[in-house]
Design a protein around this ligand. Structure first.
Ligand code: NAP
Length: 269
């Protein structure tokens, strides 16, 4: 796939491999799908809204890569099973899974409805389990190994005031990351997570707005002096699925400019 942007990795880094990116039609998932394609992977982008998925797949195919769009709600285990089967039929054996689909909204815990709590935990934790199982059982049966990256957040370490559902969902995913790294290590399936910090996307707007009233204020809350970009998250993810990380499993790579360590305190504190 041709690109005008400088690549931090060789363009054939993942040549011959095929990947699934859930939530690949927007935000961080779109960035990850583009980056995987830029280093040679074939990509299936997966979510509920076909128009977003088709736009990303078209972008990749137009630039000379290979991508397909597959509609799937990751909360439905039968739909996930059918999605992975379709991805393998169209792209060949899948060796990379990026569990990126997620959703959250801000509400005080005492006012959050049971349905609101359930919907978010079902996307994060249940969805990640369904996709990982559908991917893992095939890779185990083939004996081909593989790599999973779960997109989580820093909230399993810090809590998630105002978004108790999102924090609980991501904590479940972090636990599964460690569990599957051990269970599936003997099958040469590596399982890691990437925890993004503040990265403005449509889905993170409400959370981002709460951090500062404008870009300057939000950037000042990050020790590295800027908020993140989808490319920051994408290249960290590519690193983890590549051979450069072949002895890394069960790890959480925090990609947040050291924000979670600063507890909001600047140099003047
Ligand atoms: P986003 O643009 O809203 O992306 C979320 C994606 O998840 C969408 O493409 C959405 O697609 C998909 N999705 C939601 N529910 C789904 C379902 N039931 N089945 C399948 N796909 C579903 O927001 P984002 O910021 O890029 O978030 C991506 C991931 O990063 C999320 O897991 C989020 O929690 C995590 N994260 C983001 C930040 C940040 O600052 N941006 C920080 C920490 C963690 P459809 O609507 O088409 O289904």
């Amino acid at each position: 796939m041709t690109t005008n942007q400088a690549l931090p990795f060789r363009p054939d880094l993942l040549a011959g491999q095929a990947a699934i990116v859930t939530g690949g039609g927007t935000g961080l998932g779109r960035g990850i799908a583009l980056a995987l394609a830029q280093v040679g992977a074939k990509v299936a982008v997966v979510s509920r809204k076909m128009e977003n998925l088709t736009a990303v797949a078209n972008e990749i195919n137009a630039a000379g890569g290979t991508a397909v769009a597959i509609q799937c709600d990751v909360r439905d285990p039968d739909a996930v099973e059918a999605m992975v089967a379709e991805a393998e039929e169209r792209l060949g054996p899948i060796s990379i899974l990026i569990n990126n689909a997620g959703a959250t909204f801000t509400v005080d815990a005492e006012r959050l409805s049971p349905n609101g709590f359930r919907a978010v935990v079902e996307i994060d934790t249940f969805g990640t389990f369904y996709c990982s199982q559908a991917f893992g059982k095939r890779a185990i049966a083939r004996g081909t190994g593989g790599a999973i990256v779960n997109i989580t957040s820093t909230s399993p370490s810090t809590g998630n005031p105002g978004r108790i559902h999102g924090g609980a969902g991501k904590a479940g995913v972090e636990s599964m990351t460690k569990t599957l790294a051990v269970e599936w290590g003997p099958h040469q399936i590596r399982v890691n997570s990437v925890a993004p910090g503040v990265v403005p996307t449509h889905g993170s707007d409400a959370g981002t707005a709460a951090i500062g009233k404008d870009e300057a204020e939000r950037s000042a809350s990050v020790p590295l002096g800027r908020v993140g970009t989808p490319r920051d998250i994408a290249w960290a993810t590519v690193f983890l699925v590549s051979d450069a990380a072949s002895y890394i499993s069960g790890c959480c790579l925090i990609v947040d400019g050291a924000r979670w360590l600063s507890t909001g305190r600047g140099k003047e504190d």
